[in-house]
Design a protein around this ligand. Sequence first.
Ligand code: ADP
Ligand code: ASP
Ligand code: MG
Length: 603
Amino acid sequence: MALIVQKYGGSSVGSVERIQAVAQRVHNTVKAGNSLVVVVSAMGKTTDGLVKLANELSKNPSRREMDMLLSTGEQVSIALLSMALQELGQPAISLTGAQVGIVTEAEYSRARILRIETTRMERHINEGKVVVVAGFQGVCSTEELEFTTLGRGGSDTSAVALAAALRADFCEIYTDVPGILTTDPRLVAEAQLIDEITSDEMLELASLGAKVLHPRAVEIARNFGMPLVVRSSWTDAPGTWVTSPKPQPRSLIDLELARTVDGVEFDTNQAKVALLRVPDQPGVAARLFGEIARQKVDVDLIIQSIHEGNSNDIAFTVMTPILKKAEAVASAIAPVLCSQINPKVGEAEVMVQQNIAKVSIAGAGMIGRPGVAAQMFATLAEAGVNIQMISTSEVKVSCVVDALMCDRAVAALREVFEIETSPTPPTPLLPLSSTPLVRAVALDMNQARLAIRQVQDRPGTAAKLFGLLARYNVSVDMIIQSQRCHMVNGLPTRDIAFTVARMDAEAAREMLQEAAGEFGWGEVVLDNAIAKVSIVGAGMVGQPGVAAKMFEALAQHKINIQMIATSEIKISCVVDREQGVKALQVIHTAFGLAGSERIQVPA
Ligand code: ADP
Ligand code: ASP
Ligand code: MG
């Protein structure tokens, strides 16, 4: 007999018939000899409807009242599902987050779970009842019963957290697609089911726009080693397992807070190649990285910064032993790129730098916590370490610094983030031959780009800038510093660009522009018309040519790449918003992910 936590999303409980179908499945699972806790979302698009109502009354509704409002949606579905179960003769009881004792931090609309009382649920389970729990909600004060919500899509997180707290055997997420697919089937009809995906890959994918799982749910599954499966509530097909390595045992107290950063990593065996002033046109990155891949040079970080006028800077890092080869390729191709693609741009310049180190902090606890990256930059600044390149994913921030500064940087970061285990140079993950290079492709249409001109290039600048954004709770992604240096009043400056959630963008722009006088930077430019398209796969580690293939697919369809940022297992490109869906489709096809069978998606 197993203890299982099942979660049903909005469309799975969107009507009376659907609720009855869910009740039948739950009943069958119990009859097969299992104990069950069921987490449900609000019916259909109820939460969207409630948000709309609030917006009709207020442009900026209080976050407390929003949580009070939105938590009602789930209360409806738990009661209805319990009734449907009782109709089948299945004893059941519905409980809100407050009744269970899902205790969260005091942050309305994005609360993290601190702990979950299990006594009451266990009592009901022992009485032979199915416990039906409202997803997405908790209480931050058990005395005054202040309701909180976990953030949109948060019922997945409730379910996995409950599974961890109850030490369930596994957690099943039921939704409206057959599992995790190679991309969103609503955008690419040829998307295919993935049987298995690692939690690291899924974490990247979820935070890059694939909404099938809430990233925080994946984080909890990984931290507690909770087996997680995503399945369709319409069929009995097996779905997709998200696998995690066996973790160190950890406390259930401060469940979602435990640690923002799990590890500090460094790599001193890196060198940087930068190409300045390459044409800002489709095909440039494809030509460059195509040639590099043909020479079997494996690149690690790639960043492409905002363009000034009609040219871009592209920089990448390689392992030191292959620097000479990488430099030769870059030097040979630079003049070709310029003269063939756009003679007006003039000569590109190749810059090489040895003796650099990559220092990274990693941990899913940093998702949605803009202060963590800012704290890393501030720590490096205090240690007198200048940051030459920044590359971020939702779960990792990497900075390229002078190799001589590496030890100092690592020591300072370990102290600040309280990392006791000794820092490790990253173990080269050797992908199994069966691991696909690219597991899945994602599109995020909810981002905007901010570019700040002429930011002073000295320790502490990134800390100030991102500290400021963190204070306003703006999460930042894809931070890119231009490689080109401008002298302004005798001081070196660089441009910095990054992406933020579109809903935060205008306020962030105004705030940064106001701060320009005090901090000494120039104009702040906002571009809302962008889309971010990303590939994710643990198999791309150590495999030359993956980036080139992605860039080539975009080039063939005349899609210009505005920004590039990578981590070990993902590559993201910013493209024009209008070309976002097309970009997703062509990349999906280029990596051979398209299948012949069409996935059925409910409207
Ligand atoms: P639920 O209401 O069950 O929580 P969501 O709407 O939050 O469901 O998530 C399921 C949806 O996620 C799918 O209908 C699909 O459109 C979308 N999606 C985006 N990327 C993927 C992907 N890679 N695999 C499966 N679904 C995806
Ligand atoms: N009902 C909430 C939402 O729509 C939570 C969820 O469905 O996961 O965001
Ligand atoms: Mg969801």
